[in-house]
Write a protein that binds this ligand. Structure first.
Ligand code: P1T
Length: 379
């Protein structure tokens, strides 16, 4: 029997506990597991870095939701990324990265991986030929974010999968902004899906985590080896919180999208706003590709005000939108990428405009969010 997304989100990897009947998977808050004899761990569990039942439930659920055969979860999105890079790349290898991406992802390539001999080229992901031109014989991965953080650019996953295949490289898609409810990169030809589960997957701004999902069994076993060998795992309680959040992903995403569509429309009509970046808008350059590969357009909106001081003032003026980094929680957040989440890309090819404001639109009453933005833009 095949199940729908909402059913999988609630049940995949989560049978009632065999011993007690507990409907919700217990938090196996243990570092180690008793063994019946030397070399005979019960159900294969021996030590929680290698495997833990609560983490297994989350990993299975995420794999099911992304249509993958194996999910692996980590202490943070960046820990997942680091494990992937060090599993796939060796000194002398090359990676194509986005010219617009989360600042911490850029920093990981530019300040960490590069020191270990992994070079990179930043390319405009919405331009398939520019990505192809950035590939070298040493390219091992083409790294994609779509929608991008913070400019909401859209990359054609299926087209880039073709470029990666021709190059003999892996196509990696950071699916954090869309979540598996809105977009499923593996079905479009990607080899690896990356998540900061801190965001929509967890959904409640109460836990930091990351994930990788793959279909290829050889890559899955190499990543599983590195997950244990490098040890950047998430703890049982963090896995449990993330799993609890995941159950409501579908209904949360629908409301995030409803609210974001209304706010994008409001911003488009606002005289002080010079540009609205939201892939759901028909004049967004990636709109057609987004329609093809996304169910809806998500809860992230960026907009420009033509002036850095004005952008900072709006961020400081909101009352319901909380001024904070991160995204994807049920509460609305506002931030200034240039001085907050993307300060680490200043002076690089990924530098973001100073007049940019980023919204993570939550699931509060839409009229209240509109009223708050209205007063902040007036102030
Ligand atoms: O914060 P962490 O869980 O390590 O995830 C890193 C990460 C990876 N990919 C994307 C697309 C992200 O947005 C992030 C984290 N982003 C923020 C904290 C932010 O406010 O943009």
């Amino acid at each position: 029997m095949t199940f729908g997304f909402e059913t999988l989100a609630i049940h995949a990897g989560q049978e009632p506990d065999e011993r007690t009947g507990a409907v919700i998977p217990p938090i196996f808050q243990t570092s180690t597991f008793a063994q019946d004899a030397v070399g005979s761990p019960r159900l294969g569990y021996e030590y929680s870095r290698s495997a833990n039942p609560t983490r297994d439930s989350l990993q299975e659920c995420l794999a099911a939701l992304e249509g993958g055969s194996r999910g692996l979860t980590f202490a943070s999105g960046l820990a997942a990324e680091d494990t992937l890079i060090r599993t796939v790349c060796r000194p002398g290898d090359h990676v194509v990265i986005p010219d617009d991406a989360y600042g911490g992802t850029y920093r990981l390539f530019a300040k960490v991986a590069q020191v270990w001999g992994v070079s990179w080229t930043a390319a405009k992901l919405s331009d398939v030929e520019a990505v192809r031109a950035a590939v070298t014989p040493e390219t091992k991965m083409i790294w994609v974010e779509t929608p991008t953080n913070p400019l909401l650019g859209i990359a054609d996953i299926a087209a880039l999968a073709g470029v990666a295949r021709d190059a003999g490289a892996l196509l990696v898609v950071d699916n954090t902004f869309a979540s598996p409810y809105l977009q499923q990169p593996l079905a479009l030809g990607a080899d690896v899906v990356v998540h900061s589960t801190t965001k929509y997957v967890g959904g409640h701004s109460d836990v930091v985590g990351g994930a990788l999902v793959v279909n290829d069994s050889d890559l899955a076993s190499r990543l599983t080896f590195h997950q244990n060998a490098m040890g950047a795992i998430n703890g049982p309680f963090d896995a449990w919180l993330t799993l609890r959040g995941l159950k409501t992903l579908a209904v949360r995403m629908e409301r995030h999208c409803d609210n974001a569509e209304r706010i994008a429309e409001f911003l488009v009509g606002h005289p002080k706003v010079t540009q609205v970046l939201y892939p759901g808008l028909p004049n967004h350059p990636g709109h057609e590709v987004a329609v093809k590969q996304m169910r809806r357009f998500g809860g992230m909106i960026s907009f420009r005000l033509g002036d850095t001081d004005r952008a900072i003032a709006v961020c400081n003026n909101t009352k319901l939108f909380t001024l904070a980094e991160s995204l994807g929680g049920i509460e609305s957040l506002i931030e200034h990428p240039g001085q907050m989440t993307h300060a680490s890309v200043a002076g690089s090819a990924l530098e973001v405009p100073g007049d940019l404001v980023r919204l993570s639109v939550g699931i509060e009453t839409a009229d209240d969010l509109l009223a708050d933005l209205d007063q902040a833009l007036r102030g």
